[in-house]
Design a protein around this ligand. Structure first.
Ligand code: NAP
Length: 242
């Protein structure tokens, strides 16, 4: 049995990734932090593919909670390991720097950067031992270009891109790849409240993307055919920033 863990798998891009990886034959571990009802919906969609899955609730920014959840999973699966990790959990708390509260700065960085460390570090060892692993980190166009009103989010996503490039070089020899996906505007709860009619005029493709379009790229990076691709950033943004 092959296992994939998707953080923030309860909604949006994470949900589409769970379904895609289930279609590829993975048993899915759906992480989430609050929304049990939505995580259950994802689990149902995973099961509709003919695969099974399970829900694993923890806050990726909380070191102890994350460790405990991963260790309890590992002690229930002593013969298996998680070979695919998609670090997808994320939030945005937008504000111009002049008015940004410390809490909004810290929360966005904690979930993205501490979250990356807290989940990836314990799962890396088994990937190295088994000489196979796929790590995909969800960044953003903001982490490449920098977006006004998003210094916190841009810093977090830029940091995750740099961390991925460093990690990729550490583990390539062991057949473990680490890559980044940098979406533009994707139709999920995260973009609720943004004016799609105005924003889509700024996108060469003239539309927002779908979670499924992002999930397809994750599927490719996970596939055996992508084994020589590591330390890369794939933009999925309709031409918004190239
Ligand atoms: P979303 O619909 O708002 O879903 C966010 C997911 O993250 C939910 O499953 C949520 O769980 C989970 N989550 C939030 N905080 C968490 C925490 N502390 N621990 C564990 N899980 C947590 O967001 P999305 O649009 O799908 O975004 C997914 C990723 O893509 C994020 O990293 C985001 O920054 C990135 N991204 C999105 C866009 C876009 O336009 N949508 C563009 C670029 C990048 P609950 O359901 O339990 O709250």
């Amino acid at each position: 049995m092959k296992y994939a863990l998707v953080t923030g798998g309860s909604r949006g891009i994470g949900r589409a990734v769970c379904v895609k990886l289930a279609q590829m034959g993975y048993r899915i571990i759906i992480n989430y932090v609050n929304n049990t009802a939505e995580a259950e919906k994802t689990l149902e969609l995973v099961r509709q593919t003919g695969q099974d899955g399970e829900m694993l609730k923890f806050d990726v920014s909380d070191y102890r909670e994350t460790r405990d959840a991963i260790e309890s999973w590992e002690s229930a699966h002593t013969e298996e390991y998680i070979e695919v990790l998609v670090n997808n959990a994320g939030i945005r708390r937008d504000n111009v720097m002049a008015f940004m509260p410390e809490e909004d700065w810290s929360r966005v960085l904690d979930i993205t950067l501490d979250g990356f460390y807290n989940v990836t570090q314990p799962l890396l060892q088994p990937m190295l031992v088994h000489k196979f692993g796929r790590i995909i980190n969800m960044a953003s166009v903001s982490g490449l270009k920098g977006m006004p009103g998003q210094t916190n989010y841009s810093a977090a996503k830029g940091g995750i891109i740099a961390a991925t490039k460093a990690l990729a070089q550490e583990v390539a020899r062991k057949n473990v790849t680490a890559n980044v996906i940098a979406p533009g505007f994707i139709k999920t709860d995260m973009v609720e409240g943004l004016d799609e009619e105005i924003l889509k005029k700024t996108i060469p493709a003239q539309r927002f993307g779908t979670p499924e379009e992002v999930a397809e790229a994750v599927g490719f990076l996970v596939s055996p055919n992508a084994g020589y691709i590591t330390g890369n950033v794939i933009s999925i943004n309709g031409g918004l920033y190239t």
